[in-house]
Design a protein around this ligand. Sequence first.
Ligand code: GLC
Length: 617
Amino acid sequence: MESTKMERLTFDERLEALGPELKSLYMELYHDDEKAYSYFIDMLRRSYEARSEQLKVRDENRQQNPDWYKGCDLVGMLMYVDCYGGNLEGVRQKLDYLRDCHVNYLHLMPLLESPEGKSDGGYAVSDFRKVQPSLGTMEDLALLSRDCHQRGMVLCLDFVMNHTSEDHIWAKKAREGDISCQERYFFYDNWDIPNEYEKTVPQVFPTTAPGNFTWCEEAKKVVMTTFYPYQWDLNYANPVVFNDMTENMLFLCNQGVDVIRLDAVPYIWKELGTNCRNLPQVHTLVRLMRLSCEIVCPSCLLLGEVVMEPSKVVPYFGSVEKPECHLLYNVTTMATTWHTVATHDVKLLRHQLGQVFALPREYTFLNYLRCHDDIGWGLDYDFLKNFGSDEVAHKKFLNDFLTGKWAGSPSRGELYNDDPRLGDARLCGTTASLCGLESARKEGDQWKIDWAIRVDLMLHAYMFTLSGIPVLYSGDEIGQENDYTYHDNPLKAADSRYLHRGAMNWEAAERRLDPGSVEGRLFAGLREIEIVRTTHRVFNAGADVWLMDTWDDGVLAIGRYYEGEKLAAYFNFAEQEKWVRVDTPGEFYNLKTGEKIGDDSICLPPGGYIWLFAEFE
Ligand code: GLC
């Protein structure tokens, strides 16, 4: 009667089961600070007691099915509350549109209180218990989450944990000289230690916010600010910070948030003489947060924002026995995909996917083409070197191509944080504009429009072919283009990420049901992809996944097999049409049209794709 027992597991039983590990990790990190630990445990209990009965039922149900997020039935969308619905109530009113998009995982961009003009898009939180007034209230958030849950939707929210806004109450008190609040951050009397740090710590925003420290005039001290100067790094070596921030995280879980995105998590532990990224203590902290969730709110998942090379990303899953994050972004695959769009050559993508496919199936990735951030070119340059590519020159090519500077390139994007010292610019733009739709529409060239639509849909189909959770970027379902109006807004002009953070074009969205319009073609194409994925178990995360050889560097081919279902998927990244060879044509039919495959070769137009499907007894 294992499941009945699971069903009845209470806070105390979960604490008893997980407490020993929790305690030993905590004590090791915080030097046997019994007082801090006992406060921590009381805080966990407090948080559990504050959790609603409804959410506790959700916890029980998910405890019985802990792999609930690992199937293939989740389709995500990432959006800004103000861009989509004006405010939280507006988003709630527009949940039907998301149902039409087949979206059942909603990630709302940061919505907690954050000072206007010094908010980094909401990533500088001044109050972790208050919604930004222009977006609504905590009650609105709880109402939205309730409605989402009733519709079978999952809600994801950021937990901005590396730093607070300079206007957070702790920061305000620190500025006034309160030492215990200064101890929550990294304060220095002079630049000696900060200068030592600068020798080994790279810069996140070299152009828009150079350096990792800022002079605080009021306190007459230097404070650590890895991101923007108004985002003060929290000092997690202080257990008070960890206790209070974990309480803030659990508060969000208690509002009905199902997925907590751990923002900038690799940065949360600092050590002089290191690069202050991915230090071992970060993993201890993430494991402690995971245990806290498992004890207080086991239905909640942790999504780590680890925008790093693969060798740094995978450890955030933890081990199978001692897991850390439930979900991680498939970031290198994303960047490699755009590399492939620009080069029309799938060699690197095959190499990258080969590594992802070799990972344990327990590791669930969140797959995406675009998100609110820039695309950083963290590619495998050692591999590219084999083909004569030099890192700096290659980044320049990618940026030239995707900004449309390269002759004949249809893409339209903008550079982000161009660091001329390192030749290291990153890139911004919407999926549609990067796929060439914006330029093609401007030219009014139907052939180019058709091509751009094909590329756009092919990229989505390929993303939906991968195991994990596919997450769309709001507006992509109707091919929303870059928004250049941010150039005229002094609060945004310096940050080109606003290029792809435009308001949802509801007028264009009206055309989504018109099959002749661009919006209609993309919307229908995507729906088809979504329906196929969620109704065929071959897309399940438990499937075998492998790369198939196409003997052609323009065409990517992926195979999948799960419980008698087989998929052979082909994607033409080349600029020319390609013939692909199917080994056993008689087995397959075209998943979209239902047609039997008779021939052993199939022609794909540039940007074309095909999903072949076979079923076995
Ligand atoms: C994350 C966010 C990014 C933000 C940064 C600082 O990387 O995705 O938008 O600027 O954290 O909070």
